[in-house]
Design a protein around this ligand. Structure first.
Ligand SMILES: Cc1cc2nc3c(=O)[nH]c(=O)nc-3n(C[C@H](O)[C@H](O)[C@H](O)COP(=O)(O)OP(=O)(O)OC[C@H]3O[C@@H](n4cnc5c(N)ncnc54)[C@H](O)[C@@H]3O)c2cc1C
Ligand SMILES: NC(=O)C1=CN([C@@H]2O[C@H](COP(=O)(O)OP(=O)(O)OC[C@H]3O[C@@H](n4cnc5c(N)ncnc54)[C@H](OP(=O)(O)O)[C@@H]3O)[C@@H](O)[C@H]2O)C=CC1
Ligand SMILES: O=C(O)C(=O)Cc1c[nH]c2ccccc12
Length: 421
């Protein structure tokens, strides 16, 4: 059914190839959230079109992550609906294994996204009650999709955040964002400043240390570091179980006690904890706690040095707020990501200015007038899967009703259906 757009003769949306009527939802983004939504729709027989700005599925995973990346939540929290990971997959699949899984997922559910098409605007046309979704290719070729439903699946991490830091433009060495960092191999023997101490900053620092680079990591405020496992059990899994029974603040207290038993106090290494607990902070602000997979050992041994906030850069060194100056050869900005929804979605009721739905989980997946959001609940892949199931169910119900009605009308009246491959 994919690539099959029914152009209903007699309706005003019949147009040339640049303007396409989609008899089902348009899904913006072919990452895990878009794929999961498409698979659940396929399962219900609802046709859809997926538009993706990149030339492959899961571009975050394929193009914007480093080599050593593994899922850091156990696999049961990361598999998408209707297709488990293969039995032989480890508890924490590698990036390659996760991408292979997503490729077979897309194949199984016959999801063939329209690649190299960036959504540049989407607005709901009140008069017709339809969404108008405009895309463009890098060559400037424009297309407009017209549909009843729009599923936003462009991700919480669509664009890199590059902060303005004094003097950074004057710095002579290489500056990359974590999304461009692949491996520490080329930094061997070099002095590298890693800016940011989230999961990216920690893992890049660890990778640099493993490649005998001299890494310093900027911690400008505070950070929660938790062990990935406590007594052989996943910390995330433990917190999911605890959250079923206990209030969030108590779960956090227990997590912090357990973490202290496993990791000890971290303040002597320059790692101060936020005043809000890790899970409460994640659900309120989206800031993910670091799940340690070895960086802490490197920090404790001094192979990764923790430094305070940056005052300014100059040609070959960086000055810190405590007055220290470090000679450095390169900078990795592990300064995070943001949603790009405000740059293209002309809507302000459901989505807020920061590109996330205004209402928190569990109401973050459905807006008005056929607008949906998949993967914006700050709950990782498990959140994306839950959204996909809800969205497909919701659209499926209406689609089946409408299709039934249309069929009845067609039997009575006179309509022609043209399929475009
Ligand atoms: C390094 C890293 C590791 C992570 N590890 C885990 C983990 O182990 N477990 C976990 O649960 N979560 C993890 N996450 C969270 C992460 O958000 C999810 O893994 C997942 O990729 C989210 O899927 P998504 O489809 O919502 O977004 P994405 O994977 O970002 O996919 C969105 C897609 O939309 C496309 N797109 C964006 N804008 C447009 C546009 N305007 N038009 C068309 N297409 C567009 C993008 O090219 C992309 O392909 C990790 C995140 C990062 C950054
Ligand atoms: N293995 C895995 O599964 C991995 C998962 N991820 C996930 O990807 C998402 C993004 O993570 P990540 O890329 O680490 O981004 P985060 O948003 O989690 O972290 C950004 C970091 O950059 C710091 N920062 C921002 N601006 C500045 C500045 N001007 N000066 C100094 N520090 C600054 C922040 O500090 P402050 O807090 O003070 O603002 C923070 O420490 C998260 O959800 C994470 O869990 C990432 C890597 C690996
Ligand atoms: O890795 C991420 O960014 C995720 O979003 C996964 C995730 C969701 N909730 C969490 C709580 C603690 C650690 C990771 C996650």
């Amino acid at each position: 059914m994919e690539n099959m757009y029914r152009l209903m003769a007699g309706e005003e949306y019949l147009s040339d190839r640049r303007c396409i009527w989609v008899n089902g939802p348009v899904i913006a983004g072919a990452g895990p959230s878009g794929l999961a939504t498409a698979a659940c729709l396929r399962d219900q027989g609802v046709p859809f079109v997926v538009v993706e700005r990149s030339d492959c599925i899961a571009s975050l995973w394929q193009k914007r992550t480093y080599d050593r990346l593994k899922l850091h939540l156990p696999n049961k929290f990361c598999q998408l609906p209707k297709m488990p990971f293969p039995d032989h997959y480890p508890e924490y699949p590698t990036k390659r294994q996760f991408i292979d899984y997503l490729e077979s997922y897309a194949n199984k559910f016959e999801i063939k996204p329209e690649f190299n098409k960036s959504v540049v605007s989407a607005r709901f046309d009140e008069t017709s009650g339809l969404w108008r979704v405009k895309t463009t290719t890098t060559a400037g070729e424009e297309m407009e999709y017209i549909c009843r439903w729009l599923v936003v699946a462009t991700g919480e991490n669509a664009e890199r955040v590059v902060p303005e830091i004094n003097g950074l433009k004057e710095f002579d060495g290489e500056v990359v964002h974590a999304c461009e960092y692949k491996s520490g191999e080329k930094y061997r023997g070099k002095r590298v400043l890693v800016v940011g101490c989230g999961n990216s900053g920690m893992e890049v620092s660890l990778d640099l240390a493993n490649h005998n680079a001299i890494a310093s990591m900027v911690v400008r405020s505070s950070v929660h570091v938790l062990p990935r496992e406590i007594m052989g059990k996943s910390t995330f899994g433990i917190s999911v179980v605890l959250m079923k029974w206990l209030p969030l603040w108590l779960v956090d207290k227990l997590l912090l006690i357990l973490s202290w038993l496993v990791l000890g106090s971290l303040s002597m290494y320059g790692l101060k904890r936020p005043s809000i607990g890790p899970m409460e902070l994640k659900s309120k602000t989206g800031k993910t706690p670091v799940l340690d997979i070895g960086a802490l050992e490197k920090i404790k041994s001094g192979e990764v040095e923790i430094v305070p906030a940056i005052k300014r850069f100059s040609r070959c060194h960086v000055e810190l707020v405590d007055g220290h100056k470090l000679d450095i050869d390169a900078v990795v900005l592990a300064t995070g990501y943001r949603s790009n929804v405000p740059s293209w979605l002309q809507e302000s009721e459901f989505f807020s200015k920061n590109g996330f739905p205004k209402s928190p989980f569990p109401n973050a997946w459905k807006g008005k007038s056929g607008l949906y959001a998949a993967g914006f609940t700050r709950k990782g892949l498990a959140g994306a899967s839950a959204d996909a199931v809800n969205i497909a169910q919701d659209i499926g119900n209406v689609w089946r009703e409408e299709t039934k009605r249309q069929k009845m009308r067609r039997n009575v009246g006179h309509r022609r259906c043209i399929s475009v491959a």
